[in-house]
Design a protein around this ligand. Structure first.
Ligand code: MN
Length: 424
């Protein structure tokens, strides 16, 4: 099916800033609460939120096989479950309805009032009921930085790292939407005297990541062959994998991250579809050794997505601390999904897969405070004159992402969270 919604020549009759993350070619999906206290599935064009349940009720999706209540939901899980064909039909139709040449909704004030809201008048919700959450470790630069920091002189990568995308199973209950406040966690940490103590974590960190969201793709016991991974990925979000480094240091051998990570994970509210990201596909980094056959896929398997992290102390200006790019990731999302299911592990609609910290090769492209301030040894300066090795109470972390070529910009909006002081 042709993705007509991606036509770069399209213009909307809705007024849109030239520099917006959400031109008519984006058409992301999210869930929001209207000022009339109604929760609906929606999309966004410029600074307008569009109520898809209302649009459906008014007959604008006629001819597309959708259940009556598909958009009258708290989450996108059911819609995602409908599959790629339906996602494409709906996205193409939305693009037609808001096309500058289409006067049907444009000239029907009664409908417009039911469908269109100012973005400041709505409240974004967590877009999916996160079924399961997995976090990968797929940036070679990040993995090598960690190796260096933890005392390795050579063989910075573990022997398995170049052979398969490594990951741990995260916690889905604490995945929250952008804007949710994060509480500094308590836990056990190790003192210099080598005795564990209990108290607030001292070294709370962010990790800049992207997450992808799947549909129900396979039954338990069946894998998803790598050529079929694409059609089963709905879209992507920004993801902040909040991390407590002192808790992590003490707990993570032998079984990996646990309480150091599961206190919170923040995602951005608008899911940008893989279809909208099509124009920004690029080659992924060369892999040596060549991965096993079940991880091999021809074509452009990475995405050119600019990523940025900033820190904003309360009532102060924000400081950009990291600029990086998703295209640096060594393992692709297709390899991640193929590997995740090669043993027969089933994935469901609304499963979330974090990429792992997206670090580039330069010091200003490292994707966590751990790396930016090199394990506390190189404090970084903020615009207000203060310095950071990790996050202070009341610091907000703001992640942003966008893709851009000569013709079009597709953005992800913001993924934001403020760290509140510890309290039991
Ligand atoms: Mn992570």
């Amino acid at each position: 099916m042709k993705i007509t919604a991606n036509n770069t020549k399209l213009k909307s009759w809705l007024k849109v800033d030239k520099d917006t993350d959400f031109p008519i070619q984006n058409i992301p999906f999210g869930v929001f609460l209207t000022k009339n206290d109604i929760i609906t599935v929606g999309t966004r064009i410029g600074d307008y939120a569009i109520d898809l349940a209302a649009l459906h009720q008014l007959g604008y999706f006629k001819g597309i096989p959708l259940t009556e209540d598909i958009f009258m939901q708290n989450t996108l899980n059911d819609f995602i479950s409908d599959g790629q064909n339906t996602w494409r039909l709906v996205r193409n139709r939305i693009s037609e309805v808001f096309d500058a040449d289409n006067n049907k909704l444009r000239d029907t004030k009664k409908h417009r009032n039911k469908v269109i809201f100012q973005i400041n008048d709505i409240e974004m919700q967590l877009p999916i009921d996160v079924c399961d959450y997995t976090d990968f470790f797929s940036s070679k630069e990040h993995a090598m930085n960690v190796g260096k920091m933890y005392g390795k002189k050579k063989n910075l990568l573990r022997p398995n790292w170049l052979h398969m995308p490594l990951a741990y199973h995260g916690r889905s209950s604490s995945v929250v939407v952008s804007g949710t406040k994060i509480r500094r966690p308590h836990g056990q940490t190790l003192t210099q005297e080598a005795n564990p103590v209990f108290g607030p974590s001292k070294f709370v960190d962010f990790e800049i990541e992207m997450g992808f969201i799947t549909t129900d793709a396979n039954k338990l016991g069946k894998n998803i062959p790598i050529e079929e991974t694409e059609e089963n990925i709905f879209g992507m979000v920004l993801l902040n994998d909040w991390s407590s480094r002192d808790i992590q240091d003490w707990e993570s051998v032998p079984l990996g991250p646990f309480l150091a990570k599961n206190f919170a994970t923040t995602i951005s509210p608008w899911i940008i579809t893989m279809d909208a990201l099509q124009p920004f596909r690029v080659e992924s980094p060369e892999q040596d050794p060549k991965p096993m056959e079940y991880l091999q896929k021809e074509g452009l398997n990475s995405y050119d997505i600019h990523l940025q992290a900033s820190i904003k102390p309360k009532k102060e200006e924000e400081t950009i601390v990291c600029n990086t790019n998703f295209k640096y990731m060594y393992w692709t999302i297709f390899q991640q999904l193929a590997h995740h299911t090669i043993n027969g592990c089933n994935v469901r609609s609304g499963d979330l897969f974090g990429s792992g910290t997206v670090s580039g090769s330069t010091e200003k492209s490292f994707g966590s405070m751990l790396e930016l301030a090199w394990k506390g040894t190189k404090p970084i300066a903020l615009k207000d004159g203060s310095k950071r090795t990790f996050l202070n109470d009341n610091d907000a972390v703001i992640l942003r992402a966008y893709c851009q070529n000569e013709k079009i910009k597709i953005g992800f909006g913001e993924c934001k969270g403020r760290l509140k002081k510890a309290k039991l």
